[in-house]
Design a binder for this molecule. Structure first.
Ligand code: PLP
Length: 396
């Protein structure tokens, strides 16, 4: 069947494809350890769920303004203002159906035919597709292997042309877990400012940071305002509050850009689901409880990070990895592990799933198929079993 030019280059999300296959094998009775998931394995905190249920019972079941409940936008702006140490305009906040829609709103509103958009690589799997859907050209900028595959002004400058209009990156990074320091962020932000390039900063994993002391990773709003040119910050409730299914993300930008993005959203989805917004209002409005829930999750992820890294060092020393400073992923080289006949990460992951039941996401989904991504958002016991199975399989 012939589909339109709009979608002719579109690929389904590779990360979702692997977890779907793993779920299917499990439902057929295979002993599968699924390390492909991109979501916390914790339930949404009860007090957030209770707020949503109360909201439904109180009749908060109708449309809200497209950009979200004003009180939710204000609560988000308050938490951003606390971070920034200055008052931020709440009308710059647009609440969307997940951070994914905020990225789509930003790219669709800011980029179009003839524009090139730099993407820090390895990248989160949807960035190039969202840029392509906006009819702009994604340009992959490979990060420096000596700096956790992060990009800096040198790599960006080498990739930029007169058509470059944007740069997208995530920190903490999905898939590597690498975290940009405040100094690194500042260098990237000032490069974008000086080049007149829109900076799209995806900070959805910012609270999941294992630095010393643990706490939020550095973000755009920690920088002096003078370092920032045009920018859109993207964040959301999915990872921080274990709320992936509620579909609440947001962007923060100038009110002018926010209005344009809301206009676009008004024709795509309208507002994010109202009961989900009521839940998010509780999460963003109750900072004390929220900080407590986030820090408990962060401690568990940190312990699992230490466990997985320790197991890799002991059992798979030939598999080099990016040391994860945040998020819940280990991005490791699989090309040193290939059995006979396997030549790329995609084939390796299929072989591994067949041989051991361990499901990983091939690096091709993130722009580098010499790697695979393991998610440690699962129990210690399963993580240990999975790494032991992998080590046995590659030893032959
Ligand atoms: C880096 C990154 N950005 C954005 C998203 C999308 O988040 P949401 O589920 O809120 O749409 C994800 C989800 O995996 C992600 O990993």
């Amino acid at each position: 069947m012939a589909f339109s030019k709009n979608v002719e280059r579109l690929q389904p999300s590779a990360t979702i494809a692997v977890s779907t296959l793993a779920k299917r094998l499990a439902s057929e009775g295979r002993d599968v350890i699924d390390l492909s998931a991109g979501e916390p394995d914790f339930p949404t905190p009860d007090w957030i769920c209770d707020a949503a249920v109360g909201g439904i019972r109180d009749g908060r079941t109708r449309y809200t303004p497209v950009a979200g409940l004003p009180e939710l936008r204000q609560a988000i702006a308050r938490s951003l203002s606390e971070r920034a140490g200055r008052e931020l305009d709440w009308t710059g906040v647009v609440v969307s159906v997940g951070a994914k829609q905020s990225l789509f709103n930003a790219c669709f509103s800011l980029f179009g035919p003839g524009d090139e958009v730099l993407i820090a690589t390895p990248y989160w799997t949807s960035y190039p597709e969202i840029v392509t859907l906006s009819r702009a050209l994604p340009v992959l900028v490979r990060g420096d292997p000596d700096r956790g595959l992060k990009v800096g002004p040198d790599e960006l400058e080498a990739a930029a042309t007169e058509n470059t209009r944007g740069l997208i990156y995530s920190s903490p990074c999905n898939p590597t877990g690498a975290v940009y320091s405040a100094g690194e962020l500042r260098a990237v932000a000032e490069w974008a400012r000086d080049r007149g390039v829109w900076l799209i900063a995806d900070e959805i994993y910012r609270p999941i940071h294992f630095g010393d002391p643990p706490g939020h990773a550095a973000g755009l709003l920690d920088l002096p305002p003078s370092s920032l040119g045009d920018h859109v910050l993207v964040d959301g409730a999915s990872k921080a509050f274990a709320m992936t299914g509620w579909r609440i993300g947001f962007s923060f930008s100038s009110p002018e850009v926010a209005r344009e993005m809301a206009a676009l959203q008004s024709h795509v989805t309208s507002n994010a689901a109202t009961p989900s917004q009521v839940a998010a209002l509780e999460a963003y409005g109750r900072r004390d409880r929220a900080d407590d829930a986030v820090s408990r999750m962060r401690d568990v992820f940190r312990r699992r990070r230490d466990l997985v890294v320790g197991l890799f060092d002991e059992l798979l020393p030939q598999a080099a990895y990016v040391p994860p400073g945040g998020a819940f992923y280990l991005f490791f080289r699989v090309d040193a592990l290939f059995p006979d006949g396997v030549q790329d990460g995609t084939a390796f992951c299929s072989w591994l799933l067949e041989e051991t039941g361990v499901a990983l996401v091939p690096g091709a989904a993130f722009g580098d198929d010499r790697f695979a991504r393991l998610s440690f958002a699962t129990s210690d016991e399963l993580l240990e079993q999975a790494v032991r199975r992998m080590a046995r399989a590659v030893a032959g």
